[in-house]
Design a protein around this ligand. Structure first.
Ligand code: G4P
Length: 530
């Protein structure tokens, strides 16, 4: 292997690119900060938190835009820790929730699912989990807020298995009763980590004897000790065994307990996570599998963010590097546009700062200034022109009819509509017959952003009329308008794919019962419209 190939391999093996998925308030910001602190990327915990976007009203888009620098730096973070280069992809919380959130997961090699010990598996976690599973990436679990009164650990494992349908393997196990649980037993290293607020954690080695060791017994009160011993005995005898293959295929999630705010269990979690989480792997493309160690550079755009700097009206396209080494100023093929493009001024996101980068490797995310040449899903390659598999499409759950207030602005309206749809800001459909325009979104904020941007960037004021639909189904046959007995709205996307929107599962089921030949498929199966 030549020096170049060897360096590439070393860089790839040191990279871990993952997304943190959770329901709002589970502690994602707090945990991210703690992880960054380990890497020395920030000095004081709290510097991200104080300015996080959820503190701003969703409708106050101007204010959010002003804060974009913060929101964007916290959407991709890179830091170093013990020889690893770690890229964290943020998936925004409830008010920021959008298709971007889902698409971001396509750039990750693994996911960290954060669960609040008191609340268990919550709605948004379920949605994000399903998208991760679709990507077939390993999913790790951190059960947070161990310091508080919460659900019983065994009940939580049961909930993960029942609600999410994934097996679980606890890597560590809480000792002591809540609130103020103060011990964590590591099933791999057989160490008991004892924690007291304000003090450094005390590590007690128990060797092969594990929980039977007198050190373990001495460290805990009698009740806590017996409970720990019984539960570890139960897990060892009746729990699912650890199986790396199952972890890789998202059939088994390694579970860690801890407390982000006190840092209890966070360091041991990070070390184990880095050991088990995969480095960047191969990706499918039109030219077969592309291995990260393949020499020519390649990557794909998974997110486009506009107006990060209102003064410049700039757009940033986020590119995930999939193979080869990236060098500043390199010229690459923009495969869809069939042209060469020079990548100057690439941005990297180091903790809270954006900076120009000179080089980057598979697993890294770089930001490219975009003057309108990129679309979601675009592939950039150094040599051979191929494209990576299309990004999955996500089913909208919210719908609105949109029209321009002033009919004379027809042209600008349609221009804005098509450009924002290309960016993946919303999905655009046209109803059959009446030909009105319907927007589909997965998060409320997408409509607000759309309305604001049409006004600010295209000078068009719009009316948005919310519709009661919640489900979209793809109809493979083109004859949808002739269908009788369907209580729903028929529409098509710009590629001409047919859809029916339903208000609920009830109407969907009824439509299927009444039209046996109707081939209704989840929208996710429809070819991407980007
Ligand atoms: P998010 O980004 O997932 O939305 O959650 P965030 O980190 O903001 O945490 C949500 C709340 O949970 C915060 O409290 C935070 O302090 C608390 N929290 C996070 N980790 C832990 C933990 O390990 N134990 C306990 N007991 N609490 C934790 P808040 O009152 O909403 O905000 P703040 O007043 O602390 O800023």
């Amino acid at each position: 292997m030549n020096l170049h190939a060897e360096q590439l391999k070393t860089e790839i093996e040191s990279r871990r690119t993952f997304a943190i998925i959770s329901h709002p308030d589970a502690g994602k910001t707090t945990l991210t900060e703690k992880l960054l602190l380990f890497g020395g990327a920030i000095r004081l915990a709290g510097s991200i938190k104080g300015r996080k976007t959820k503190k701003y009203a969703a409708s106050d888009w101007m204010e959010m835009e002003r804060q974009r620098g913060i929101s964007i730096t916290s959407s991709v973070l890179q830091f170093s820790y013990r020889g690893y280069r770690i890229n964290i992809l943020d998936t925004p919380g409830h008010q920021d929730f959008s298709e971007d959130t889902y698409r971001t997961l396509t750039a990750a090699d693994s996911a960290l699912m954060l669960i609040d010990m008191a609340k268990g598996v919550e709605a948004q976690t379920i949605k994000l989990f399903e998208v991760c599973r679709m990507q077939n990436i390993p999913i790790f679990t951190f059960i947070n807020k161990l310091d508080r009164q919460g659900k019983e650990p065994l009940d939580l494992l049961d909930e993960i298995e029942k609600v999410l349908g994934i097996g679980s393997y606890p890597m560590n196990w809480p000792a002591g009763s809540a609130p103020g649980r103060h011990g964590l037993y590591d099933r791999h290293s057989h160490e008991l980590e004892m924690h007291k607020p304000g003090e450094k954690p005390r590590i007690i080695s128990t060797g092969k004897l594990g929980v039977e060791h007198s050190h373990c017994k001495d460290a805990l009160d009698q009740n806590s000790y017996h409970k720990l011993r019984d539960e570890i005995g139960l897990l060892d005898a009746a729990g699912e065994p650890f199986d790396q293959k199952k972890v890789e295929n998202s059939q088994l999630t390694p579970v860690f307990f801890g407390s982000a705010i006190s840092g209890f269990g966070v360091a041991s979690f990070l070390n184990e996570f880095l050991r088990l989480a995969p480095p960047p792997g191969p990706r499918k493309s039109s030219a077969g599998t592309i291995d990260p160690t393949d020499d020519p550079f390649s990557g794909f755009i998974f997110k486009i963010q506009a107006n990060m700097n209102p003064a410049h009206r700039d757009r940033i396209a986020f590119l995930r590097i999939c193979s080869g080494k990236f060098n500043r100023d390199m010229t690459v093929n923009h495969v869809r546009a069939e042209k060469k493009i020079k990548l100057s001024q690439p941005q990297q996101f180091l903790a809270q700062n954006r900076s120009i980068i000179e080089e980057a490797y598979p697993g890294d995310i770089i930001g490219l200034y975009d003057t309108g040449s990129y679309k979601i899903g675009d592939t950039l390659t150094e040599k051979e022109a191929f494209h990576f598999d299309k990004l999955p499409r996500f089913s909208p759950e919210l719908f609105a009819r949109v029209s321009a207030r002033d009919a004379r602005k027809y042209k600008q309206f349609h221009k804005g509509l098509s450009q924002l749809a290309e960016e993946g800001a919303v999905q655009v459909f046209t109803t059959l017959g009446a030909e009105s325009i319907i927007l589909g979104a997965v998060g409320e904020l997408q409509f607000e952003v759309f309305k604001y941007r049409l006004s600010a960037e295209y000078g068009v004021e719009i009316e948005l009329e919310r519709l009661p639909y919640r489900l979209a189904r793809w109809v493979k046959e083109p004859e949808i308008k002739k269908l009788p007995n369907v209580h729903g709205l028929a529409a098509k996307d710009k590629s001409g794919n047919g859809f029916i929107f339903f208000e609920s599962e009830f109407w969907l089921k009824l439509a299927m019962e009444k039209n046996h030949l109707l081939d209704l498929r989840p929208l996710e199966q429809c070819p991407s419209a980007y």
